[in-house]
Structures are given as structure tokens and as C-alpha cells.
Design a protein around this ligand. Structure first.
Ligand SMILES: Cc1cc2nc3c(=O)[nH]c(=O)nc-3n(C[C@H](O)[C@H](O)[C@H](O)COP(=O)(O)OP(=O)(O)OC[C@H]3O[C@@H](n4cnc5c(N)ncnc54)[C@H](O)[C@@H]3O)c2cc1C
Length: 430
């Protein structure tokens, strides 16, 4: 081992939004921060955007929950972004037929059962008008248990599952915590989800600029391979280029399995062993499509009810395509247990797109299949007590984890932002 670098205040491993947010918050408060990202070309992890021929391709469908933890941290750091809220006419697809409904879930549910009001004891009244309830009481209850108890109409239960797919990306009623899922529906309903102009790279670039302007060092193409404690209770981080750095504090902003692999068995905090064993990633098959024009301008958002399929023209609400063009995301919710089948999944997504935008192939500019994307590193399960069961950011003295599998707040990127904020606060208070 060579090139031992002088001791740093903080080393951050991983340059997704969790790592970059932590770097920005700590660097602007005066900490000496170095962030290592393994990718040689791209920073931003799953939040990065590829710009091709005037089209902005996020990594599958991305919408920011704008009243949640993510939005508030970004505002606090001073990251500016614009975009549009996805709202309005929706098509629900059942048995290959399109059913037009309005943007509110109440009208979706009326497709489930039209002869009954929502005002009774039926739990679907929550979806008709999402209100704040004590979500923590429901953290240990699965989606299926809650549906069995509250929703007696199978069509309506199917539509509620569709709403939960949309809000949480999970497709696992037998294990998912209904408490965290309802909380997400409530948060999303307060102001909504925003599609971002020029894609999520805006957030990545904004965070990167704040971090760099505050003298954080961002090192690309260097993977952390091992973390070891020194005699003086500092950390040594070994890197793939065979150098090593020492730091007072290490923040791991990678997934649970990567975090697990960074330690020798005798040095690994037990919580990482459990997290790596128990975390069930939520996955999705995606087809990202750029068209020179939209064949049917009336159809911009649709969801499968009897199949877990998603379709949205993100460019209808945000600047993601050149004039007249359209940027579309079509996806299938795999959840934690459905295995991707590339030979069947992509034709299924293309057929769904043909139903909604007939003739799309004639105006195709580019299509990008993403056959197996990890949307979240860990589904929030009822068995582990919901959000309360996720590991906290501090896992040992001067050792922290951040990401979408960490902390008691938020799902998806909101968890990455919230855990980054909490880790930075704890580090600055120490
Ligand atoms: C298809 C899809 C749709 C999504 N839709 C939404 C949405 O609508 N709303 C929402 O809020 N979220 C959404 N998400 C989730 C969101 O993208 C993620 O939660 C968020 O980007 C995670 O950021 P992160 O920094 O925690 O992890 P990541 O983005 O995974 O970043 C981790 C980084 O660490 C690096 N790394 C790993 N190991 C090492 C190592 N040993 N050394 C150095 N670097 C390392 C990786 O290369 C990577 O850059 C979606 C995700 C996908 C895939």
C-alpha cells in the first residue's frame, strides 16, 4: 500500500444524492471532506440524467415528492430547480381497455365499485381524501392484512394496490408496511410529485457545485475497497487505485451489500450484517423512450390495474424534450420478488406503449431499455416494524451510513436526503 494521504475530517464513500448531500452540508460548515465515487464517468448514482439529442433521460421514471424530506433539504442547501406537477387525466388499464378517470384517487376507486359511497367505514375513504392519521400505528401491519380488514371489494383492493405501486414503487402486499405506504400517499397528495426540468441531474449538479464551492474534494474512478480502524481510533480507507486515506469520520453512502463488503468480519458493525441479510431491494423494469412527436396528445398518464405497469409522458410537465418531442417512461413494478424476464418484459412494455401511443415506432428517436433497476435498496416491511426498523445513520463511533435504506424518515430519495441531513447534523454536533 502506498501514497498515504494526510488525515481528513470526513471521507464519504459514494457519489449519489445521499453522498453529495452529506458532502455539501458538511463542507459548507467548514469540514474537510473528500468523496470517492467508483464510477469513472458519471456522478449522481441512480439520480443521474443522460442528455441525448436534446432529450433528458432520467434512469427510469423519477418524480420528486416536493413536500417531503428531500425538498426541504434541497431548499436548505439552496439548490434551485423547476418543473411541473404531474396531475390531471389518468387512464387506468384493465383487460387491455382504457378507462378515463380524473387525477384524484376517489375517481379511480369509483372504477372499482360505483354503487357505494366512500363515506362509510370502508378504509378506501383514506384514498378518496388522504388525511393525516397516526401512520405509526400501522407500521407493523402488511398491505394485504390492511386490505383484508378494510376493503371488501376485490376490484377496489386492486385499485388501491395500483395507487400504492405508484407512490412507493413496491409491489409486495404480503410484506410491505401499510403505515409507511399510507404516509407516502398522504405526503404525495399534499402538493404532489414534481417532474424536474432537465432531469434529476439538476439536483446532482446543484449539490456538486455547493460541495465543490465549499472546497469538498470529489474523486472519481476510485472505489473504496476496505475500511479499517487504526490504533488511534481513526479510519483507514483503502482504495481501488491502491492508495489509502485516513479520516476521523467515514460516511458510507452506498447500498447495504456494498457497505457490508467494506469490512473484514471481525471489524464489521453487526447492524450491517443484519441489513445486508434482510434488505430486499425494490426493482423495476424500465423502457425510456424519446419520440419526435406524441401520437396521442390526450394520453399522458396511465397505469395498469390488472398488471403492474406504468406509463407517463414526463415531458408533458417538464422540459425534458426539444420542441414538439416527447420523453416517455414505461415501466413494470417488479417489487422484491418478481424476477425480471428481459425477453418478455420489454415486449410487454412496448405493447403497453402501443396501446397508449399507437404508432410510436414511426416517430421513435431513441429507446433505452433498463431491464432490472434497483429503485430502493430496501422495502419497508411490516415484520421489521416499518420505518422504525431501518438502521439509524450512526452505526459506530465516527462511522455513519446514509441512503434510501437508512433512517426513520421517507421513502426512496427522500430517505437518502433525510439520512444525509441527519448524519451531517450528528457529525457537526459532535
Ligand atoms: C427506475 C427508478 C425510479 C425511481 N423513481 C424515483 C422517484 O420517482 N422518486 C424518488 O424519490 N426516488 C426515485 N428513485 C430512487 C432514487 O433514484 C434513489 O433513491 C436515489 O437516487 C438513491 O441515492 P443514493 O445516493 O442513496 O444511492 P445511489 O444513487 O445508488 O448512489 C450510490 C453511489 O455510491 C457509489 N458507490 C457504491 N459503492 C462504492 C464504493 N465502494 N466506492 C465508491 N463509490 C461507491 C455508486 O457508484 C453510486 O454512485 C428511483 C430509482 C429508480 C432506479
Amino acid at each position: 500500500m502506498s501514497n498515504k494521504v494526510d488525515s481528513l475530517d470526513v471521507v464519504i464513500i459514494g457519489g449519489g444524492v445521499a453522498g453529495l448531500t452529506t458532502a455539501a452540508l458538511l463542507a459548507r460548515s467548514g469540514k474537510t471532506v473528500t468523496l470517492f465515487e467508483q464510477s469513472s464517468r458519471e456522478i449522481g448514482g441512480r439520480a443521474r440524467t443522460t442528455h441525448i439529442d436534446g432529450f433528458y433521460f432520467n434512469q427510469g421514471p423519477h418524480a420528486l415528492c416536493i413536500t417531503a424530506e428531500g425538498d426541504s433539504v434541497l431548499k436548505e442547501i439552496g439548490i434551485n430547480y423547476t418543473g411541473g406537477i404531474s396531475a390531471g387525466k389518468t387512464y387506468l388499464i384493465r383487460n387491455g381497455k382504457k378507462h378515463e378517470v380524473s387525477g384524484d384517487y376517489g375517481s379511480w376507486l369509483s372504477l372499482g365499485k360505483s354503487d357505494e359511497s366512500f363515506q362509510g367505514t370502508d378504509g378506501s375513504q383514506f384514498f378518496n381524501s388522504p388525511t393525516q392519521i397516526d401512520f405509526s400505528q400501522l407500521e407493523g401491519v402488511t398491505v394485504q392484512e390492511w386490505l383484508d380488514k378494510n376493503i371488501h371489494d376485490s376490484n377496489r383492493a386492486e385499485i388501491i394496490k395500483t395507487i400504492l405501486n405508484l407512490n412507493t414503487y413496491a409491489n409486495d402486499p404480503d410484506i410491505q408496511s401499510i403505515g409507511s405506504a399510507l404516509h407516502q400517499v398522504y405526503m404525495g397528495s399534499r402538493v404532489g410529485y414534481m417532474y424536474l426540468d432537465n432531469g434529476w441531474q439538476t439536483l446532482v449538479d446543484g449539490l456538486l457545485t455547493v460541495a465543490k464551492n465549499s472546497n469538498a474534494r470529489i474523486v472519481m474512478a476510485n472505489k473504496a475497497t476496505k475500511i479499517k480502524r487504526t490504533d488511534s481510533s481513526e479510519w483507514i480507507v483503502l482504495l481501488s487505485d491502491k492508495t489509502q486515506v485516513s479520516a476521523k469520520i467515514v460516511v458510507i453512502a452506498a447500498g447495504p451489500k456494498e457497505a457490508y463488503n467494506l469490512f473484514d468480519d471481525q471489524e464489521r458493525p453487526e447492524i450491517l450484517t443484519n441489513a445486508a441479510k434482510e434488505a430486499k431491494p425494490i426493482r423495476m423494469v424500465c423502457l425510456d423512450v424519446a419520440l419526435s412527436n406524441l401520437p396521442d396528445k390526450d394520453v399522458t398518464f396511465a397505469l395498469g390495474v390488472d398488471r403492474p405497469l406504468y406509463f407517463s409522458v414526463h415531458s408533458a410537465h417538464a422540459k425534458l424534450a426539444p420542441d414538439g418531442g416527447a420523453l416517455i417512461h414505461v415501466s413494470k413494478y417488479l417489487g422484491t420478488s418478481i424476477e425480471p424476464k428481459p425477453r418478455e418484459d420489454q415486449p410487454e412494455l412496448e405493447e403497453f406503449l402501443e396501446l397508449l401511443q399507437p404508432g410510436w415506432r414511426q416517430v421513435l428517436v431513441k429507446k433505452r431499455p433498463l431491464p432490472n433497476m434497483v429503485v430502493s435498496n430496501a422495502i419497508v416491511t411490516a415484520a421489521t416494524g416499518g420505518l422504525a426498523g431501518r438502521p439509524d445513520v450512526k452505526i459506530a463511533d465516527n462511522l455513519y451510513i446514509v441512503g434510501d435504506w437508512v433512517g426513520k424518515e421517507g421513502l426512496l430519495s427522500s430517505a437518502s436526503f433525510a439520512s444525509a441531513k441527519r448524519a451531517a447534523q450528528l457529525i457537526l454536533n459532535e
